[in-house]
Design a protein around this ligand. Sequence first.
Ligand code: ATP
Length: 313
Amino acid sequence: TKSVVTIGEVLVEIMADTRGDGFREPLSLRGPFPSGAPAIFIDQVARLGQKAGLISCVGNDDFGWLNIERLRADGVDTSAIRVHPDQVTGSAFVRYRESGERDFVFNIKNSACGQTRITEEGQLLLAQCAHLHIMGSSLFSFRLIDEAKKAIEQVKAQGGTISFDPNVRKEMLNIPEMRAALEMMLQYCDLFMPSGPELMLLTEATTEEHAITEILGLGVSGIVVKRGSEGASWHDGTQNLFVPAFKVAEIDPTGAGDCFGATFVTCRLQGRSIADSLRYANASGALAVGQRGPMEGTSDFVALDALIAGDAA
Ligand code: ATP
C-alpha cells in the first residue's frame, strides 16, 4: 500500500480545565496529551489503515516517549523520530476563553523538535513515500525549512505528491522566515489545504475567488478550504464543490483540521472521489471536535461510516 509521510513537531498539550483568559493564575490542568499538528495528522492516517511514518525529534523524556508509544500503538512508523539525549520535548499549554478563542503558552521553538533531521531511517521512509504532507507550523527555523525542502525534492523526484496545510497561528507569524517559507510551499505543493482565513492570508487578493485563482496559477492542482462548522470546499479551476459539515457539539476543536486533512489525503490515495473524500474528511473533523484532547479525536473507518450513515438516516 502507498505510504504517507510527514515531517514536523511532536509535543504535549496541557489544557486548563476551566475557560477564561490566559494563565496568570493558578489553574487546574489536564494532560499531558500527545500532540503536534504533524503527529495528529499522521496518527489519523494510520488509524485509517494507511501506511504512515513521521520524521521528527523528541527529548529522551516522558513527554517524548508518551508520544512515540501512542503513535506506535496506532500504527505509525516511528523509526525516523530521533530521541535527542539533551533536549526536552516541546509543550503547549492551552486555555479556552469564554468566546471559544484559545490562549497558548508554547515551548516549541527551543525544544527537541527544532533538532529534526532526516536520519537514515528517515531516508528509508521517504524512499517508500507516495505522499508527503507539510504543515506551516513546522517551518519555524531555517534548518527545519531546509529539511522539509530536502524531503519534498526527494518525494517529487520519485513521482510522489505533496500536500500543504499552512496551519499558521498568530503567535507564529512574527517569525521572519515563516512567511517566505509559506510562500515557497505554495510553489511546491500539489494539494493546498488552508482554512478560510489562511487562504486570504497568503495572497494579496481581496476576495476568495481571486485568492483561489492566484494560487492555482502557481501550479497547485487542487485546493481544499476548511470551513469549520460549515464544512469544506474543493477548487481546481474547473470545479467548485462544497460539502457541508456534520452537526456535532463542539467540545475541543484542536486537531480537527489535522484529522480532516489526513482523512482527505488518505481517501484520495485510496482512490475515492473528491466528493466522497470531502465527506469522510468532514466526518473526521466532526469526530475530532467532539473529543477533548488534540489526538484523542482521531478515528477509524468504522467510526466515520457510522457518523455518515447516521446523518443519511
Ligand atoms: P485547527 O487548526 O483548529 O485544527 P482548522 O482551522 O485547520 O482547524 P477547521 O475548519 O476549524 O480547520 O476544521 C476542519 C474541519 O473539521 C472542517 O472543515 C469541518 O469538516 C470539521 N469541523 C470543524 N469544526 C466543526 C464543527 N463545529 N462542527 C462540525 N464539523 C466541524
